[in-house]
Design a binder for this molecule. Structure first.
Ligand SMILES: C[S@@+](CC[C@H](N)C(=O)[O-])C[C@H]1O[C@@H](n2cnc3c(N)ncnc32)[C@H](O)[C@@H]1O
Length: 606
């Protein structure tokens, strides 16, 4: 077994193969716990199944009141599933599933496909109920350390492995192949007390047709989008509202339009409220997407980054005016805590009319050597699965000429979200420059025009300038616009705008208040290990009074350093892990927990 579920009971799995849509209502009516529907695989990129609506719209009404529904299928089909699913179902997660074999595109106008997915819905309205399920850590074959760098937090992680995120790369499979490992994982993930059975309704034998997602090119109504063409003033950082400013740009003037919009999740921006009603948010999104489509040159790509749930909605609009190229799943490598952690973003890539061959795939994106940073990061040659991202190990592998590069497809897992404050400026959600190096190199040639209509602290325009592209950035906030302008000025003097630096930051991408800077000669880790010592003494997690009584440090330290009691007890809840490969005593799949764990005592206390 490639995972271990704590305190769970494996559900009883029943497989049924369906041959016709009409069988579904009857088969799903007996399902009260967990239902997994497997849709047919596609042999052709960007071709969507017909008939999904008839299938999906009837299912939920037949399920039990407390049921969980999982639909496994191709990315384009999951978009249709979401459009058809009954409004009584609550969306919970989009799990990105790694393919075993990459599906190449015929014409080099899109990336090869490396993932399909599973949509999870529930009949109940609360957050997804599931067992705490862990997968073993993976170790770099060169340095023998974990593939993720757990830094100074090793004492708060479990020895067996990491909790699940919403990207499952560790059990690659093909949608038309054997899905036992995926099904088994769901059976353990949902092995909670209130469930006992899992029904798999396998629809892969369905004889449904497929048609292209986007209408064939060039449809008459899209000619209007390419009526006039224009040239754009080079290298502009524009302050103002994107809709208003986009309208002032000429038609057909941009070679790559990128958007990393506010996600409407209540983030703390300066000068902008990130909390519109959902319908209003999408009506606004549709308007700037239409503008991006207008200013794009024919054959060029517009890429929109968002969380998967919002990306589904963007997809439905973009496919009406543009041509589908790729749904890139960017696993931003978050560290999961407690529940399944949303760790990936979708980057939707659509072209205006027929896409051109991608410059990055046909060797037309300029010399990588021209920019030392991009060369070091393997912009278009991602790390092969299994190797770690530690800078020291990357350099050592390079010196030793280890072949650690893989093929660029549409599942990106080797670009970390910005982890360290030393790499950030004062903006709550900057993208890592390597993401932009990759996108810009993939979709443009040198000198071409890159547009970002939510330019924030300038990541896109700076990366474009470094790669010798022309840039246009639009940003509403005066403060962020000023940050981007200052960074471009630095770049012109030869400084690296993405360098490590000590900065006093106030923006934070989290509702949790920023804690005061450490003032005592004791680290957070020392305090957490002290709580672990007290927990071992008591045989359970201590409360505040007990820490006051037993700790050698004043309670004020704990109060000032931690956002909550959960964080104080983080190390006491788990065993701690080693970053270097160890021979595991655990037998994955055994019903016994692999290590003594104080959490068991803690749950008795609760
Ligand atoms: C997710 S952030 C983009 C961050 C950017 N990718 C970076 O790396 O710095 C979204 C940005 O859109 C800006 N914004 C919000 N509404 C806008 C509007 N109507 N027009 C232009 N920019 C806007 C916000 O101020 C914020 O900086």
């Amino acid at each position: 077994m490639a995972h271990w579920s704590e305190n769970g009971t494996r559900l009883h799995i029943q497989y049924r193969t369906l041959h016709r849509t009409s069988q579904l209502p009857e088969m799903s009516s007996a399902v009260s716990d967990v239902c997994i529907i497997i849709l047919p695989a596609s042999q052709r990129h960007g071709h969507r199944l017909e008939g999904i609506h008839d299938l999906i719209s009837v299912v939920p009404t037949n399920l039990g009141d407390d049921a969980t529904l999982v639909v496994i299928g191709e990315v384009v089909d999951l978009v249709s599933v979401h459009a058809s699913v009954h409004t009584s179902m609550r969306y919970q997660h989009w799990i990105s599933l790694k393919r075993q074999s990459v599906r190449e595109s015929d014409r080099q106008d899109s990336l090869a496909e490396h993932h399909y997915g599973a949509l999870i819905y529930t009949k109940y309205d609360s957050p997804l109920r599931h067992t705490k399920t862990r997968i073993p850590y993976t170790y770099c074959p060169y340095c023998d350390k974990t593939t993720k760098d757990y830094g100074g937090k090793k004492h708060t992680y479990h020895r067996y492995g990491t909790l699940l995120s919403d990207v499952w790369r560790d059990i690659p499979s093909n949608l038309d192949g054997d899905l036992t490992e995926i099904i088994d994982r769901f059976a353990d993930l949902f092995g909670i007390e209130s469930y006992s059975s899992l029904d798999v309704l396998d629809c892969r034998q369905f004889d449904w047709g497929r048609r292209p997602v986007s209408p064939s090119w060039p449809p008459a109504d899209r000619q209007a989008l390419t009526s006039t063409s224009g040239n754009i003033d080079p290298d502009q950082l524009i302050r103002g509202d994107c809709l208003e400013k986009l309208r002032s740009l000429p038609d057909d003037s941009v070679d790559f339009a990128f958007a990393d919009p506010p996600y409407n999740l209540g983030k703390h921006y300066t000068g902008y409220g990130d909390d519109m009603a959902v319908a209003q948010y999408f009506s606004w999104c549709d308007r700037w997407i239409a503008e991006l489509a207008r200013v794009l040159r024919p054959g060029r790509t517009c890429a929109v980054l968002n969380i998967p749930l919002w990306a589904i909605r963007h997809f439905s609009y973009m496919e009406t005016i543009l041509t589908f190229q790729n749904w890139i799943a960017w696993d931003a490598l978050a560290f999961p805590v407690r529940l399944i952690m949303p760790a990936h973003y979708a980057i939707l890539c659509f072209a205006k009319g027929r896409p051109r061959a991608l410059p990055g795939l046909v060797g037309d994106c300029g010399e990588e050597d021209e920019h030392p940073l991009t060369n070091a990061s393997g912009v278009l040659e991602p790390l092969a699965e299994g190797f770690c991202l530690r800078a020291g190990c990357i350099s050592a592998r390079k010196r030793a000429q280890i072949g650690d590069r893989g093929v660029l497809a549409d599942l990106w897992w080797d670009i970390h979200r910005l982890k360290h404050n030393t790499r950030r400026v004062d903006h709550p959600c900057q993208l890592p420059p390597h993401l932009m190096y990759r996108l810009i190199s993939l979709f443009t040639r040198p000198e071409e025009v890159v547009l970002d209509c939510f330019n924030g602290a300038g990541t896109t325009t700076l990366a474009a300038a470094q790669l010798h592209r022309t840039y246009v950035g639009i940003e509403l906030s005066e403060e962020y616009h000023a940050i981007a302008t200052a960074r471009h000025a630095e770049l012109r003097t030869g400084m690296d705008p993405f360098r490590k630096a000590t900065r006093a930051l106030t923006a934070k991408n989290s509702p949790v208040p920023r804690m005061p800077k450490q003032k005592y000669m004791v680290s957070k880790k020392t305090l957490q290990l002290e709580v672990k010592r007290i927990a071992a003494l008591l045989g359970r997690l201590p409360n505040r009074e007990e820490v006051i009584q037993h700790s050698q440090f004043p309670i004020a330290y704990y109060d000032q350093y931690f956002a909550g009691w959960g964080e104080v007890c983080a190390a006491a809840r788990t065993t701690g892990m080693s970053e270097t490969r160890i021979i595991s005593e655990a037998q994955p799949g055994s019903s016994q927990p692999p290590f003594f764990d104080l959490r068991d005592l803690a749950s008795q206390q609760e």
